[in-house]
Write a protein that binds this ligand. Structure first.
Ligand SMILES: Cc1cc2nc3c(=O)[nH]c(=O)nc-3n(C[C@H](O)[C@H](O)[C@H](O)COP(=O)(O)O)c2cc1C
Length: 383
């Protein structure tokens, strides 16, 4: 039987369009006001707990699917050998403990990155972990990799991976940030333990070498150290493609040195990029600890995506992340080399329907520009 797509049915398209409007108003005039009245730390955990409970409500998930799951064959794509119903997903950090996969799957998200998770359970940094910067559609993030540890998280990830309707599951692995951290060998061992646990239990794996909020700092963002880490990870057998999540605060020459190392190892893609450290040009209270998400990440991430595609586009898939909240912004990342596009902050500022708006909007832009398929648009603007 042929698959039924939203784009082929006038009724389904009308339902989705009406639902987007309902969600948009309900989020901005209702839910967001309640969420933003809480401290960001409370809002984050409350929203995740709510989504976890909602995910177990089968009729609600059926409704959500019919309201927000815009499907369209023009968005289907295969990246690193993995078939995606669409290439738009949640970036690491929102769902560290794997609580919202059922909701995201029902709402038609193409993939979700769970984590970052670490070999040992980790309490993270002292609170507060978040500050809102609504004028920049940004969050200051200072979580420090709090999570329940990869042993537990991978049990949840495997369940999500096994039961998923259409969404692909990625898991982000990082180094434990606690007082037991040892030397660099211990750090490599930490990643290896989590990779061993993650082997064959998800669709994708992302190695996070660029968390800026830890007590030992980013130890693996120099070529030598990255080479040592990836040499260790090469020894672990797993079927999933591996991606490396790169820092954003690197000049192109420095990033290129890391990409050269990555190309020598069993790595199929890179995620560009992590949080922004540089606060210049932004008015942020100096006592706020952390690093920036959202709109302030966009320009630098875009420049690194474009340059990476130009020189490494035939060797590495790129997942572009940073400041995406509209279809036009997602489309820019695709046309400049991203095969996958992720976001976090827009979900908080715009609401869950933003991902449907992006899917629908990018499909329209692709048709306007005469593409038959989203993969045909990847990198077309890179000279
Ligand atoms: C609340 C929050 C927590 C985050 N935690 C992680 C994390 O654990 N691991 C990681 O690789 N990136 C983490 N990030 C960074 C995001 O994955 C993403 O790279 C960044 O926010 C830029 O995307 P955005 O502009 O769409 O928010 C976090 C971001 C936010 C907002």
């Amino acid at each position: 039987m042929n698959k039924k797509y939203t784009i082929d049915s006038l009724l389904d398209r009308s339902i989705i369009n009406t639902s987007i409007r309902i969600f948009d108003i309900a989020y901005k005039k209702g839910a967001k006001k309640i969420i933003f009245a809480m401290t960001p730390d409370t809002a984050h955990s409350t929203t995740l707990d709510f989504c976890e409970k909602a995910g177990n409500n089968v009729p609600l998930m059926w409704l959500l699917q019919h309201m927000l799951d815009y499907t369209d064959p023009i968005l289907e794509t295969t990246v690193m050998g993995i078939p995606f119903s669409n290439p738009f997903g949640i970036s690491a950090g929102l769902d560290k403990n794997c609580q919202i996969t059922k909701v995201a799957d029902a709402a038609g998200y193409g993939f979700e990155t769970v984590g970052s998770t670490t070999a040992r359970p980790c309490d993270g940094n002292p609170r507060p972990w978040f500050h809102r910067l609504p004028e920049y559609e940004s969050m200051m993030v200072h979580v420090g990799l709090a999570n329940k540890g990869s042993e537990r998280i991978m049990q949840e990830v495997e369940k999500a991976y096994t039961r998923s309707r259409q969404m692909k599951i990625s898991v982000s692995l990082a180094r434990t940030n606690d007082r037991f951290v040892g030397d660099d060998e211990e750090g490599i061992e930490d990643y290896m333990i989590s990779l061993q646990r993650a082997a064959d239990k998800s669709d994708l794996i992302e190695i996070n070498i660029s968390c800026p909020n830890t007590m030992v700092g980013e130890r693996f963002v120099t070529p030598d150290m990255l080479d040592r880490l990836l040499t260790g990870l090469d020894r672990i057998q797993h079927k999933q493609p591996l991606m490396v999540k790169l820092p954003q605060d690197k000049e192109w020459d420095e990033l290129k040195d890391l990409l050269d190392v990555i190309c020598e190892h069993n790595v199929q893609g890179v995620t560009i990029a992590n949080l922004r450290k540089d606060r210049s040009g932004l008015s942020i209270p100096s006592e706020w600890k952390g690093n920036l998400s959202g709109r302030p990440c966009e320009t630098k991430a875009n420049s690194l995506i474009e340059q990476t595609y130009r020189e490494y586009g035939t060797r590495l898939a790129i997942a572009g992340v940073g400041g995406v909240s509209t279809a036009e912004q997602a489309y820019w990342k695709i046309r400049h080399g991203s095969s996958l596009v992720m976001l976090v902050s827009a979900l908080m500022y715009q609401g869950p329907q933003v991902m449907t708006q992006i899917r629908q909007g990018v499909a329209e832009l692709l048709r306007r520009d005469g593409f038959e398929h989203i993969s045909d648009a990847v990198g077309v603007d890179v000279q």
